[in-house]
Design a protein around this ligand. Structure first.
Ligand code: ZN
Length: 329
């Protein structure tokens, strides 16, 4: 199909995790197939573990990977990635229990240690947090490598990390090499490089029901941790001329936020991903040919070849919270 494209909506991939809960169903109506705790909804993914499938419209049934291969210019516009693959992984996370303390390698380290993976820089936007919610990001001030290794040996690694209580709206930037974890009832939107390169450093001395602990990757972690990375605090949003806020601008993605907007224009000629974190909003084509209501927890990819579109906030009782994710020019 050439000519103009409609926005692409995908079937989310819901992943059970021991640290998850039921908030993805309770909060966003995600269909959780079993009674297990669920940690992740992969909203938009080109990662081989699960490649997103279009759920509606002219491309229903096609995968994101196939579309990127067949129609790179229509999907990406001028910012076609060097390897042609979809470069971002977009998720919702229900961190009901603490995740393991972990670190992700950068691109060079991932290539060197794992061979077939990219590095992983990621960012979180907190949708909601319980009183018990906590984020660990970066090392405590002055924590050096030998002190850190002592904490690893003593199995007190959590004490080496900077910790804070998250609040709805906090955005936290975790470049590759930054040690991190979270849990205790934190619901977040996550934007990351397409990668599954995670090195587990510490699992809180937990054992599963068979008395086994999950594998740790201590040597790889020590290669990947950036020991110059001290405490990480939520970012300071920067106002944009169109009423939005710039949250993150990094070599892999840009994240902007629109809170209770009456209308937001969608950029034309470039790819944009939108996540609705609260309320509801309609995505409407300027020519009236496309109109669709989105509710909290839904995501949509607007290809570069889409006609001119805009968001219209609908609800007054629960205003729309929109995230816009774009690729660097
Ligand atoms: Zn991570």
């Amino acid at each position: 199909m050439t000519g103009s494209w409609h926005p692409l909506v995908f079937t989310p991939y819901l992943r059970p995790q021991i640290w998850g809960g039921r908030a993805l169903a309770e909060r966003f109506g995600k269909p959780l197939a079993t009674a297990e705790p669920y940690g992740e909804s992969w909203e938009i993914s080109g990662h081989p573990h699960h490649i997103s499938v279009v759920s509606e419209g002219p491309h229903a049934g096609e995968t994101l990977a196939d579309l990127c291969e067949k129609y790179p210019r229509e999907i990406f516009g001028r910012t076609i990635p060097g390897d042609g693959k979809f470069p971002l992984l977009i998720k919702l996370l229900d961190c009901h229990e603490l995740l393991s303390v972990q670190v992700h390698p950068n691109d060079e380290q991932a290539e060197q240690i794992l061979g077939n993976e990219k590095g992983k820089t990621e960012a979180w936007v907190v949708i909601d947090s319980l009183e018990s919610g906590e984020i660990y990001a970066g090392l405590k001030p002055g924590m050096n490598r030998s002190q850190f290794e002592q904490h690893m040996a003593d199995k007190t690694t959590g004490q080496a990390l900077h910790r804070f209580r998250p609040h709805a709206g906090d955005c936290v930037f975790i470049p590759a090499g930054t040690i991190h974890t979270m849990g205790g009832g934190v619901l977040i939107a996550e934007v990351q490089q397409t990668s599954d390169a995670t090195f587990r450093i510490f699992d809180w001395n937990r054992l599963d029901k068979n008395g086994a602990s999950r594998a740790l990757h201590l040597q790889e972690s020590l290669m990947a941790i950036d020991f110059s990375k001290g405490p990480v605090a939520p970012v300071e949003p920067r106002p944009l001329a169109d009423g939005g806020q710039r949250l993150i601008e990094c070599p892999y993605f840009t994240i902007d936020r629109y809170s209770s907007p009456k209308s937001v224009a969608v950029p034309t000629g470039e790819l944009s991903i939108w996540m609705l974190l609260g309320g509801s909003a309609e995505l409407v084509g300027d020519d009236g040919e496309y109109r669709r209501l989105f509710t909290a927890g839904q995501s949509v990819l607007v290809p570069a070849a889409a006609k001119s579109l805009g968001w219209i906030g609908t609800s007054t009782d629960s205003p729309a919270q929109l995230l816009r994710i774009t690729l660097p020019a």
